[in-house]
Design a protein around this ligand. Structure first.
Ligand code: NAD
Length: 297
C-alpha cells in the first residue's frame, strides 16, 4: 500500500481521496479551506500543513485544483511540491487546466527527476464518489504505467491519450463537441416546436437518425424527454454552465495557440459567456435552451 498526498480536497478531490483510503492507501491531504479539510478528516484522510509537507511524505501526489494557475503555484510556486517531493515521486494532476500549463509543469517535474501525468476526468461529482470517472491521461509510457493502478481506483475507464498534456487536449476537444452539440439540440428542438412538431416526436425520429448525438440521448435540454437530463430537475446541475464555460474558454485558448480556426467553438463560448454573465453559472448547462427560447423561463 502506498503513501499518497492529495492536494485539493474540494467537490471532486474529496471523494477521490476517500476512494484511495477505501482501497487501503494512506492518504495525506492538503486544502486551504477549513470545511474541505474537516470533511476529509471524517473520511480517514490525514491532514498536512502545506502541499509541500504532504508531498514530502508520499510516493504518489494527486492534485485536483480549480485552474492552471493553481496547478503551477502548487507544483512550481509557493506550494513547493516539486521542491519538497522525494526523488522519483509520481505526480497525477486530475484538474482540468490549459494544455500549456500542463506541459510546463510536467517539464519542470521531469527536470527535477519526477514522473508526471495529466489525468483530467469526466463524470462529475457522482462519478468521483462512485469511483467510475473516465480518466484521460497524458504522459510518458513509464509515467502512465506507474499511474495506472492508482487511476483505476478513482476511475472506471483509464485511457492513455499520448504524451504530456494530451489528457487535457482530449478533455477540451471532447467538451467543445459537447458545448456545440447542446446549443445545436437547443436550437433544433425549439425550432421544431415553433413549427408544430412536438419534442417527443422529434426525439423519436432524430434519436435514431443522422442528427442523433450523446447530448441529445443523455442530456436532452427539453424536460421529460430522457430520464437522465437535469432539465427534468429544474436545471439543477449536473454539469454547471460555469464549468462548461470554463472548458470552452480552455478550448479557445488552445485553438489560438495551435493556430486552428474553431468558429463553432467560438460561437459556443460566446453564448455560454453571455449565459454566465447573466448570473446563470450555477444552472445546468442544458439551461442554455432558455436563451434560445426565452418563453421556457
Ligand atoms: P472545487 O472548487 O470544489 O475544489 C477545488 C479545491 O482546490 C478547493 O477545495 C480549493 O480550496 C482547493 N485549492 C485551491 N487552491 C489550492 C492550493 N493552492 N492548494 C491546495 N488546494 C487548493 O472544484 P471541483 O469541482 O472539485 O473541481 C476541481 C477540478 O476538477 C476543476 O479543474 C474542474 O474543472 C474539474 N472537474 C470538475 C467536475 C465537476 O463536476 N465538479 C467535473 C470534471 C472536472
Amino acid at each position: 500500500m502506498a503513501d499518497i498526498a492529495f492536494i485539493g480536497l474540494g467537490n471532486m478531490g474529496g471523494p477521490m481521496a476517500a476512494n484511495l483510503v477505501k482501497a487501503g492507501h494512506r492518504v495525506i491531504g492538503f486544502d486551504p479551506v477549513p470545511q474541505a479539510v474537516e470533511a476529509a478528516r471524517g473520511k480517514g484522510i490525514e491532514i498536512a500543513e502545506s502541499a509541500g509537507e504532504a508531498a514530502s511524505q508520499a510516493e504518489v501526489v494527486f492534485s485536483m485544483l480549480p485552474a492552471g494557475q493553481h496547478v503551477r503555484a502548487v507544483y512550481s510556486g509557493a506550494g513547493e511540491v516539486i521542491a519538497k517531493a522525494k526523488p522519483g515521486t509520481l505526480f497525477i494532476d486530475s484538474s482540468t487546466i490549459d494544455v500549456a500549463s500542463a506541459r510546463a509543469v510536467e517539464e519542470a517535474a521531469s527536470a527535477a527527476g519526477h514522473l508526471m501525468v495529466d489525468a483530467p476526468v469526466s463524470g462529475g461529482v457522482a462519478g468521483a464518489e462512485a469511483g467510475t470517472l473516465t480518466m484521460m491521461v497524458g504522459g510518458s509510457d513509464a509515467a502512465f504505467d506507474m499511474a495506472k493502478p492508482f487511476l483505476e481506483i478513482v476511475g472506471g475507464k483509464v485511457v492513455h491519450a499520448g504524451g504530456p498534456g494530451n489528457g487535457q487536449v482530449a478533455k477540451v476537444c471532447n467538451n467543445m463537441i459537447l458545448g456545440i452539440s447542446m446549443i445545436a439540440i437547443s436550437e433544433a428542438f425549439t425550432l421544431a416546436e415553433k413549427l408544430g412538431l412536438s419534442p417527443e416526436k422529434l426525439f423519436e425520429i432524430s434519436s435514431t437518425a443522422s442528427g442523433s448525438c450523446w447530448a441529445m440521448l443523455n442530456h436532452n435540454p427539453v424536460p421529460d424527454i430522457v430520464p437522465t437530463s437535469a432539465a427534468n430537475r429544474g436545471y439543477v446541475p449536473g454539469f454547471a454552465a460555469g464549468m462548461m464555460h470554463k472548458d470552452l474558454k480552455l478550448s479557445q485558448e488552445a485553438a489560438a495557440q495551435a493556430g486552428v480556426a474553431t468558429p463553432m467553438g467560438a460561437e459556443a463560448t460566446a453564448l455560454y459567456t453571455m449565459f454566465v454573465n447573466a448570473g446563470r453559472a450555477d444552472q445546468d448547462y442544458t439551461a442554455i435552451i432558455k436563451f434560445i427560447d426565452p418563453t421556457r423561463e
